[in-house]
Design a protein around this ligand. Structure first.
Ligand code: SF4
Ligand code: SF4
Length: 388
C-alpha cells in the first residue's frame, strides 16, 4: 500500500452534512467533499482505491448493521467520476466475504460498477515500526498495491469500543482468525484499543466517510434498534470523526477507549477539531442508547476498578427464550477454554463462565438471534452512579 505524500493526515476537519434518506446521499456526499476542498484533493485519475465498507456478517440492508448499498454506490460513483479505479473488501466476523457481499446487497452494486472483490481471506505480513503496541500486522492481501483506502464505517454502538466508528471499522482489514487471536491475546480493552489505533494509523485511510443516515443504538453492532440519525460525515482523520460521533451519541469521547488512546498518544487533539457544514449541536441525540458506564474502563488508569473487574464490568448474558442453540457463540468465543459452552449437548442454551470470559463481546455481536445482551452488574451500576 502506498500513501500520497500530500495527503493531509494531521487535518482535524470534519464535514457534517444532514441527509435524511439514502435517496439523497449522492447530493450529500458531493456537498461534503466540496466542504473538504473538492474531490480532486482526494483522488487522481488512474489511481487504484479500495473501498472498505462495514460488512459485519453481511446482513440484509434493512437490518441496519452494514454500510448501506445505496451509500456504497454513491461513494463508488463519486470516485469513479474522479477517474479512479476501485476494488472493495472486508473480512466479516463470521462466514466468507463472498457470502457477506452477496447478502448485504453490495455485490450487485459492485458488479454494476465494475468493482472487484479484493482478497480478504489471505494475509500479508507488514511491519509497523511506529506502532504504539504492535510492530507488525498480518493484513488482508487485498490491500497490496492499492494507492489508498476509503473507509466507509456505519454509525452504530459496540459492546467493547462503545461505537463502531472509523477506527473500529478497519479491524475488518485483518482476515478471520487474526481478529480472534487479538481478542484472545489483548484482553484489556485499552490494549485492544492500542492495537486498533495502530491498525488505523498504519492503514491511514485517505478519507473516512460515515454512513450515519440510519444508525443503530442499544445492543449493537448487530442486534440493536435502528435509529434515524440523518447525517453523513467525512474526514481524513478517523479519530476526529469518531470524536464527533461520540458527541452525537451524547457519549463522553474519553469513554471510547480508542479515542482515549489516540488522544493520549497525540494522534488527535479534540480542541483542534473543526466542523464544516451543518451544526454538530443540532445533531446531538441526548437520549441515544449507548453504554456510558465508567466501569467498562478497565485500563490501568482505573486500577481500583480493575481489581474489582469481575464484579463491576459489564458481561454477556443470555436470554434463553431467544436462543436457538445454534452454537455460533461457542464457535466465535476466542479464548481457550471457551468461556461460553454447552453443558447438555445442543439441547439447552449454552452457559457462560465469567472467570474465563475476557469481555470481548464477540458472542453478543455474532449471535444470529439477538439472544445475548450486555449486562452491567449491580456494583458496576453503583460505581457508575458514584462516578468512580
Ligand atoms: S449464538 Fe445465540 S442463538 Fe446461537 S447458541 Fe449462542 S446464544 Fe444461542
Ligand atoms: S463468552 Fe463472549 S464475551 Fe466472553 S470471551 Fe467468549 S465471546 Fe468473548
Amino acid at each position: 500500500m502506498q500513501h500520497r505524500t500530500d495527503y493531509p493526515r494531521s487535518d482535524h476537519q470534519v464535514a457534517l452534512v444532514k441527509c435524511g434518506s439514502y435517496d439523497r446521499v449522492a447530493e450529500a456526499l458531493c456537498h461534503g467533499i466540496n466542504l473538504l476542498g473538492g474531490l480532486e484533493k482526494y483522488c487522481s485519475p488512474g489511481e487504484l482505491l479500495l473501498l472498505k465498507p462495514n460488512l459485519l456478517l453481511g446482513d440484509k440492508p434493512e437490518k441496519g448493521s452494514t454500510t448501506h448499498p445505496l451509500f456504497f454506490q454513491a461513494v463508488a460513483e463519486l470516485f469513479k467520476s474522479g477517474g479512479t479505479r476501485m476494488v472493495y473488501g472486508d473480512s466479516p466476523g463470521f462466514g466468507s466475504p463472498q457470502a457477506a457481499v452477496q447478502t448485504s446487497g453490495l455485490k450487485t452494486i459492485a458488479e454494476s460498477l465494475g468493482l472487484e472483490l479484493s482478497d480478504f481471506l489471505n494475509v500479508m505480513q507488514v511491519s509497523n515500526p511506529d506502532g504504539i503496541l504492535l510492530k507488525q500486522f498480518n493484513l488482508a492481501k487485498g490491500l497490496r498495491g492499492v494507492d489508498g483506502v476509503i473507509n466507509l464505517p456505519k454509525l452504530k454502538t459496540h459492546g467493547l469500543t462503545r461505537l463502531t466508528g472509523a477506527v473500529k471499522n478497519l479491524f475488518g482489514c485483518l482476515p478471520g482468525v487474526q481478529k480472534a487471536s487479538f481478542h484472545a491475546s489483548l484482553k484489556d480493552p485499552s490494549r485492544f484499543s492500542k492495537m486498533l489505533v495502530d491498525l488505523a494509523e498504519h492503514i491511514s485511510p485517505r478519507l473516512n466517510i460515515m454512513d450515519g443516515i440510519l444508525g443503530m443504538e442499544g445492543n449493537g453492532p448487530r442486534n440493536g434498534r435502528l435509529r434515524q440519525v440523518g447525517i453523513v460525515l467525512l474526514s481524513t482523520n478517523p479519530h476526529a470523526m469518531d470524536h464527533c460521533v461520540a458527541q452525537i451519541m451524547n457519549l463522553k469521547p474519553d469513554l471510547v477507549p480508542t479515542l482515549r488512546v489516540a488522544r493520549e498518544n497525540g494522534l488527535y487533539h479534540p480542541e483542534a477539531i473543526r466542523i464544516l457544514g451543518d451544526s454538530l449541536g443540532d445533531c446531538v441525540l441526548p437520549d441515544f442508547d449507548v453504554n456510558r458506564s465508567l466501569a467498562s474502563v478497565t485500563g490501568s488508569q482505573r486500577l481500583h476498578l480493575k481489581l474489582l473487574k469481575r464484579w463491576v464490568t459489564p458481561h454477556p448474558a443470555l436470554i434463553p427464550d431467544k436462543c436457538s442453540c445454534c452454537g455460533r457463540c461457542v464457535k466465535v468465543c476466542p479464548v481457550n477454554p471457551k468461556a461460553v459452552r454447552f453443558s447438555n449437548g445442543f439441547r439447552q442454551p449454552p452457559q457462560f463462565d465469567y472467570h474465563d470470559c475476557v469481555r470481548c463481546y464477540c458472542c453478543q455481536e455474532m449471535c444470529p438471534d439477538a439472544a445475548i445482551i450486555i449486562k452491567t452488574p449491580m456494583l458496576g451500576k453503583i460505581a457508575n452512579h458514584l462516578k468512580l
